[in-house]
Write a protein that binds this ligand. Structure first.
Ligand SMILES: Cc1cc2nc3c(=O)[nH]c(=O)nc-3n(C[C@H](O)[C@H](O)[C@H](O)COP(=O)(O)OP(=O)(O)OC[C@H]3O[C@@H](n4cnc5c(N)ncnc54)[C@H](O)[C@@H]3O)c2cc1C
Length: 383
């Protein structure tokens, strides 16, 4: 435990950290470049993660999860970033922190048996389907419909930017079951072997190349009514609650990615000599790095503060939104400046910084943009 007992990492967290670190170093990091270039990674990593209990940290032991505090997720996210393959990390985080927690919280025993338990074992891969071609930030405007017909919902519409969309075996789907606006939305589980479901295309992206980001179509897909999550037309509230976990893990990824980029840049700057001295010894760089490390420390403690509130199930809307805003903007700034410190090599694929810079760019967009975070924060401030 640290000097003041915060963050509350224990010996058990330290042992867990070593387990994750070993897994990342052995199974993920050696393949980062290859998977990034291939624009793909093997789904076989999911059962390997499952076998170590790494996919169930947010789930209770009643469904095969670890039933542990949120600080294990913090450790997991911090260590995962050392894979240096953000696309894979995002795919894993969608499984653990975006597509499945709401199934554990709201799903029937059948949903838990059919989807949650196999997902925790890594046998089924999940995706979260909210964004549509016509709306992202404005979730309340979504147009995909799920009309009740007998004992089934009949789903029609389209989703886009769906991480794991091309490999998922089920989608935690937001669809309109009622009237216009936020009061007409429900969440349901849609197995991807449902007739009428198709992956329209995989999208080419700036970064996060290894992960599949897909456009999906639903044509008269019949989903049993029992796959509804919680109460019909209450989906908007569930989505907003679910976003908290998604945004927090984005902030954790951002802090860890910024730290990795800074440490790499310092190592490079100590080696690289210009005008007779290591680049890092120029005052302009020492000051810039000092500024960035200071901001990193601020981002880390803001994020830990949000994690603490979230772990204790207290209202953390403002803190999580601030952490997501500040840490993700910082990760973009840090990776950009660290690329600059690498000079020409920074712009090549010879060093990890170019991939880190491309990958970081998503952080201020995915899971709610920086502008949307500012809207939320300003509301909590009464502005
Ligand atoms: C690689 C990747 C993976 C993704 N994975 C998933 C996924 O798995 N599941 C999923 O459902 N979605 C996913 N998304 C979608 C992501 O959450 C959205 O892209 C994001 O929420 C923004 O929505 P949008 O793209 O429709 O932008 P828009 O909402 O069209 O916004 C466009 C611009 O307008 C700004 N803007 C919008 N509203 C306001 C406002 N009120 N005030 C000020 N500015 C505003 C935005 O900040 C942005 O700059 C993913 C996206 C990417 C790129």
């Amino acid at each position: 435990m640290s000097e003041r007992g915060f963050p509350p990492f224990t010996e058990e967290h330290a042992i867990f950290r070593k387990t994750v670190r070993d897994f990342v170093q052995k199974e993920l990091a050696p393949h980062a470049r290859e998977w990034d270039r291939a624009g793909d990674f093997p789904s076989a990593i999911f059962p390997k993660l499952g076998a170590l209990g790494l996919l169930g940290l947010r789930h209770p032991d009643s469904v095969g999860g670890a039933g542990v505090d949120y600080w294990y997720t913090v450790v997991f996210a911090e260590e995962l970033v050392h894979s240096r393959c953000a696309g894979v990390n995002m795919a894993i985080a969608v499984q653990t922190d975006m597509a499945t927690p709401v199934l554990s919280e709201l799903g029937s025993d059948e949903i838990k048996r059919e989807f949650v338990m196999p997902a925790i074992r890594g046998e089924r891969i999940g995706a979260l389907g909210i964004t549509e071609p016509g709306c992202g930030s404005d979730v309340a405007a979504l147009r995909t419909t799920a009309r009740l017909d007998g004992d089934d919902y009949v789903v029609n519409g389209a989703k886009t930017f769906i991480t794991n969309g091309a490999r998922a075996s089920f989608i935690t789907l937001a669809a309109r079951t009622g009237g216009e606006g936020h009061t007409g939305i429900s969440l349901l589980v849609l197995p991807t072997d449902t007739k009428g479901f198709s992956v329209t295309r995989k999208l080419a992206k700036v970064g996060n190349h290894a992960s599949d980001t897909a456009e999906l179509a639903f044509e008269d897909c019949r989903v049993p009514r029992r796959y509804l999550l919680g109460v019909e037309n209450h989906g908007f509230r569930y989505i907003m609650q679910n976003f908290q976990g998604e945004r927090l893990i984005a902030a954790l990824f951002a802090v860890a990615a910024a730290k990795l980029a800074l440490d790499d840049a310092v190592a490079y700057g100590r080696d690289r000599v210009a005008f007779g001295r290591p680049v890092v010894k120029f005052q302009v760089w020492r000051h810039e790095l000092t500024d960035l490390y200071t901001q990193l420390e601020a981002a880390r403690w803001l994020t830990y503060r949000a994690c603490d509130l979230f772990d204790r199930k207290l209202d953390a809307l403002r803190e999580i939104s601030m952490a997501k805003l500040y840490a993700c903007e910082l990760a973009c700034r840090v990776t950009d400046r660290c690329l600059q410190l690498h000079g020409g090599y920074g712009y090549t694929d010879e060093f990890d910084i170019s991939r880190a810079w491309r990958d970081a760019r998503l952080l201020t967009i995915g899971g709610g943009t920086s502008e949307v975070m500012k809207e939320i924060i300003s509301k909590t401030l009464g502005l």
